[in-house]
Design a protein around this ligand. Sequence first.
Ligand SMILES: C[S@@+](CC[C@H](N)C(=O)[O-])C[C@H]1O[C@@H](n2cnc3c(N)ncnc32)[C@H](O)[C@@H]1O
Length: 227
Amino acid sequence: MNDPLQVDAYAAADFNVSDQAVVDRIEQLLAVDGVHFRQQACLVDLGCGPGNISLRLAKRWTDCCVLGVDAAERMLRVAEARRHDAGVMTERLRYQRRALPLPASSLEADLVVSNSLLHHLHDPMHLWSSVKSLASSRCLVLHRDLKRPDSEASIDGLCQQHVANAPEVLQRDYRASLRAAFTAAEVKAQLAVAGLPQLQVMEVEDRYLEVSGWITGCQAGVDQRSP
Ligand SMILES: C[S@@+](CC[C@H](N)C(=O)[O-])C[C@H]1O[C@@H](n2cnc3c(N)ncnc32)[C@H](O)[C@@H]1O
């Protein structure tokens, strides 16, 4: 998503409610297991776009370091400008231009999150392999995306309900995204192939999927890293 029209429309859109829902959900998942992020924990936001969620993570967990990763240069320019305007130091929030799949990494992430990324990837396994190579030996994961409706009529209904007044480019992208999205059964099958069957796949509201859970021990990239 590097087209200037798409980037401008996406960056200007108001995703406050769904962005905050991601942060609230992370808090909830931590609370369920009575876990806190350690000081200097590494929180990674894949496909971070204009940095909406990365910035919220940096503001919420002020002892942690956040890394936003995206393939689109223009998206990252917006993200970087927002970081600067918010007065958050680059030591605590930085952005990297990288395209998934990510190779084995020396980074050991305590959290890997993504929002609205999975359906953009040519191969969904690129997300799951990247998550595994980033994960520390105890890493929380949370991925949210659209779920694919079961008919064109349902797609029409969701477009009417959620983007009827949005700019044309966003309406077009939203329709394309709904068509490209996966079903819960498809995502479960992806996770089984990726060796992450313990992650939970849930349908949320009328149009989202959520993948959440913990990656631990030898599932994580730590055992793939060179000594
Ligand atoms: C719909 S936007 C979501 C942005 C952000 N996560 C949010 O919730 O606002 C999808 C983002 O995924 C990025 N993207 C798509 N394919 C990618 C890839 N292979 N590697 C990294 N980023 C990718 C796009 O550039 C775009 O910024």
